[in-house]
Ligand binder design. Sequence first.
Ligand code: UD1
Ligand code: CA
Length: 465
Amino acid sequence: MESCAIILAAGDGKRMKSARPKVLCEVLLKPMLAWVLDGCRAAGIQNENLCVITSDRPEPLWPLLDGGVQSAVQAERLGTGHAVRCAEGFLRKKRAEGVREAAVLCGDAPFVGGELLAESLRAHRAGQNAVTVLTARVKDPGRYGRILRGADGAFRCIREAADASPDELLIDEINSGAYWFSIDYLLRALPLLQNGNAQNEYYLTDTVELAPRLREKAGAFCCPDPAAALGANDRRSLAELNAAAREKVFGALYDAGVDIPVADGVMISPDASIGRDTLILPGCILKGRVTVGEGCVIGPNTTLIDCEIGDRCTVDSSRIEKSRLGNGVRVGPFAQIRPGCEIAGSVKIGNFVELKNSTVGEKTSFAHLTYCGDSDFGAHVNVGCGVVTVNYDGNAKYRTVVGDGCFIGCNTNLVAPVRVGKGAYVAAATTVTEDVPGDALAIGRVRQQHKEGWAKAMRAKKPKP
Ligand code: UD1
Ligand code: CA
């Protein structure tokens, strides 16, 4: 059965001391809001069933709201209950479509994952609850809302820290800020919320106390892993979330047979997948959706962003972004593969080589000091030192095409658009401006002259020191 989710993200970055919305602060280089959205997707909630509550300046969030994710604006921050009310239109629409339950999640609590959402939804349904609060027992309950239970242990209500008595503040079971609601109940309860509390806010948490009055049931689902409830309000807590996430990601990688002998200075995205026997050396950053195959050596000092690396590759002190590499590719030291490259197996990309928006066939070698942009290099091409594809005339970009088995001599300029036919040979220092026929030799350079004795005569003219 389909469900939907509302994600509260109208907060600013004041306590983060950030100019951007707080939910864009990153944990392992991934915005907290993206963690929450991905958690919902992992629980099977589709984009069109996700609604993000934004402030009246939502522009910075737009890149995360693609693919049909809905949003609603909360122009004034009047509390979490008010924020959810801003999504009433969304809730009515979903109900009309036959959706019965809505999760409400905080955009600044990244670890409520898909499994926990699915598990708590099962408990919510099994208990026939109108609202199920995800709670956690924590060592330092700090500013979290406290879970108040009756003498029989039954869940009564949530008390905000600002409104709590000293005794209530001792309670270590807290409100994670994540809930499952029956949409029917939520739409009935929201208009009844009042703001007569210490913060003069409309508290979403008051929907718990309202339930018995509306002849409905409120339940609490205590998260088995209290880390799921962790949120970040400032940079210090953000650093703590990073440490917790990092430990989890590394743990999973160790379990998968990945070797990270010295984890200092290594950052790996939660969306990375790495094959067994791959070695990750210090100073590596794997950001976004990165896939690395088996038996690779990555690093030291390597950045991989949204890319796919095959098996048995080595990438030393280099940067690869939005590109795909086949098996057995050797990169670096000090190479850069910019977005849009498709690199076949056993290619060599040596020191000070830059590739961009290019395809490269098997076993081709760029050993050193080359720029290859907007190009298609075939297989078994030998690219000499200092070769440059001249792809830009100041207005537009043009492609260079080099056929299989070519030899491109050192210090060659390939002025695009230009094609070098299969098996052709370009002599060193040639500037190729016209297509080269297959199997031909292209040579275009000034013939060398010798002026006998010139250097000696010049030296003779110099005054002696
Ligand atoms: C809220 C809960 C508290 C819980 C805590 C978990 C209420 C009244 N209290 O606390 O019980 O322990 O979360 O973190 O709900 N937001 C809006 N609009 C608003 C107010 C908040 O979008 O008007 C968003 C914030 O951006 C944030 C989330 O809602 O993502 C939680 O708000 P925050 O102020 O951090 O939580 P508290 O009110 O302290
Ligand atoms: Ca608050």
